[in-house]
Design a protein around this ligand. Structure first.
Ligand code: ME8
Length: 505
């Protein structure tokens, strides 16, 4: 099986912050999870570089727009490895390959009689790069604002339109057949009621600025930034060559987006695709919004969280873990320093880290750095092993359903049971009374620690690399396909330093 996962491509008008990091890490987690299942996986991210918002930002800095986007895109590209993310491609919408794919898509829509020329008159928000109906806006002192709080302006210009209104019934039919195509369920319902509220034809070109992909055979129009941007997902699979291996293998894919851009992905994008004789996305998951200590994250409040700073302060895997353990994927979350310290100390330092550290150093000191497969399995041991299998099944099921927090909970609840087993079996006491039993118990604990580590790898990959080294193992030996049967005759241990030091508040 194959698995294609994408982040939104990020606007380069500003530097990346924790919100961008969050979506990218989420995709990395699902990509690594699928790689660990031995699936053929493709993880795409990149930057969205056209449109009025980006042009305005370049102008404000008095910089040539191309030079500006080259610089700004670098910030996003360099952040990816700093987040511990292992992407397979990074796309830029100013790449020639993308421009020609977007033009091909345009011509395809035109040839399929889906585009016509007319005049647009209505509200537009440059910050959201979105058109709004007046009924969606809120009146404020000096005008109107969009649901996002962004200001809107009245625009009037000649424009090409996409016949979105023709796709209302087809979209509803598609979503009725594919009830899991939009997750979480509440977002699915939101999209359905938006479509049922009626779809108007969509303006897809602009004439009042130049920074965009030129509409084919037109001098005055550039493409609306969203038709250009959405096309990135198929450009990366070598569209328009739909018979190439990547396109055949990976389309349709899974899009992870923030709830702010669900409508573009779940309404406009599938309509463009179907209108161009292509399959709509397999799945769109809309996640929630992060606030900082209870406040909306914004430049004007001066509370933007810089991903580099918090990673340097708390550690990469600590942040990755916090973001996905603390808040159910799909819900809004609040970023608080207390919450990070509590979560990391309780789960990573105490529950998991201490287990590894105290058992590994005990084995090194008292069992010649080695454990061997026991001849006898007692009922308590069997229970420990069986319960791993149950936790593993639940973990798989939750990860398949994009519920990372629940999958992590499955492992950490199980690790608490492992700790209880350690306390009850008390290998340090057995050392004096029954050395054989002590060795058996140490084997079971070590085996289970390794198995849990493999399950945690998608979320905290660099720590798991270090942990597996303690046992002379690596992901070359272990994955989610063979983990249940992993049962080696001996495991030799290396000395290590604590992997998850406590965070002092
Ligand atoms: O919308 N909490 O780009 P963008 C959680 N270029 N996620 C957040 C967040 C927050 N506070 N802030 C941002 C665009 N995000 C378009 C996309 S795709 C074809 C084009 C994340 O730079 C979240 O994923 O505004 C959101 O959807 C995305 O950044 C918006 O990034």
């Amino acid at each position: 099986m194959s698995f294609f996962i994408t982040t939104p491509i990020y606007y380069v008008n500003d530097v990346p912050h924790i919100g961008h990091a969050y979506t990218t890490i989420a995709c990395d987690i699902f990509s690594r999870f699928n790689k660990l299942k031995n699936e053929d996986t493709f993880f795409l991210t990149g930057t969205d570089e056209h449109g009025q918002k980006v042009e305005k930002a370049a102008l404000a800095q008095n910089t040539d727009t191309q030079i500006f986007v080259d610089e700004m895109s670098k910030n996003f590209r360099e952040l990816v490895p700093y987040l511990g993310c292992d992407n397979d491609d990074f796309i830029r919408t100013t790449d020639d390959k993308h421009k020609s794919a977007a033009k091909f898509l345009w011509n395809k829509l035109k040839n399929n009689n889906q585009i016509y020329l007319s005049n647009y008159e209505g509200w537009y928000s440059i910050r959201d790069e979105a058109f709004y109906q007046e009924s969606e806006l809120t009146k404020v002192e000096n005008g109107f604002v969009a649901p996002s709080g962004a200001p809107v302006e009245w625009v009037k210009e000649e424009s090409y339109f996409f016949k979105l209104s023709e796709w209302e019934d087809k979209l509803i039919k598609f979503y009725e057949k594919n009830k899991d195509a939009i997750l979480p369920k509440s977002r699915y319902n939101e999209v359905i009621s938006f479509i049922k509220g009626g779809l108007k034809d969509l303006s897809i070109s602009r004439t009042t600025f130049k920074w965009g992909i030129k509409v084919p055979d037109e001098d005055n129009h550039v493409m609306y930034v969203w038709i250009d941007a959405l096309c990135n997902y198929i450009t990366a699979l070598n569209y328009p060559d739909i018979n190439n291996n990547n396109f055949k293998k990976f389309w349709p894919g899974v899009h992870i987006v923030g709830k702010d851009i669900l409508r573009f992905h779940a309404v406009y994008w599938p309509a463009f695709l179907m209108a161009a004789d292509l399959k709509p996305p397999k799945k769109i998951f809309a996640h929630g919004w992060w606030t900082n200590e209870g406040q909306k994250i914004s430049k004007s409040l001066g509370n933007v969280i810089n991903p580099y700073e918090i990673i340097d302060q708390y550690g990469l895997d600590q942040i990755r873990f916090f973001l996905f353990r603390e808040v159910p994927f799909g819900n809004d979350g609040d970023f608080s320093k207390d919450a990070i310290a509590q979560r990391v100390n309780a789960d990573l330092s105490n529950n998991f880290g201490n287990l590894i550290q105290r058992i590994a150093s005990f084995i090194i000191k008292n069992a010649n750095s080695e454990v061997s497969k026991p001849n006898e399995i007692k009922e308590k041991d069997n229970k420990l092993l069986q319960e791993f299998n149950i936790a593993f099944r639940n973990y798989l099921n939750n990860m398949e359903n994009f519920q990372i927090d629940k999958a992590l909970k499955n492992i950490f609840e199980y690790l608490s049971e492992v700790n209880a087993y350690v306390d009850e079996q008390a290998p340090w006491a057995l050392k004096k009374t029954d050395i054989n039993r002590m060795q058996d118990v140490l084997y079971f604990i070590t085996l289970i620690t390794i198995k849990c580590s493999v399950l945690l790898q998608p979320v905290i990959p660099s720590s798991i690399d270090k942990i597996l080294k303690i046992y002379n193992l690596s992901l070359k030996d272990l994955n989610l396909v063979n983990i249940e049967d992993f049962n080696p005759n001996t495991i030799k241990l290396n000395k290590s330093n604590p992997i998850f030091p406590r965070i002092e508040q």
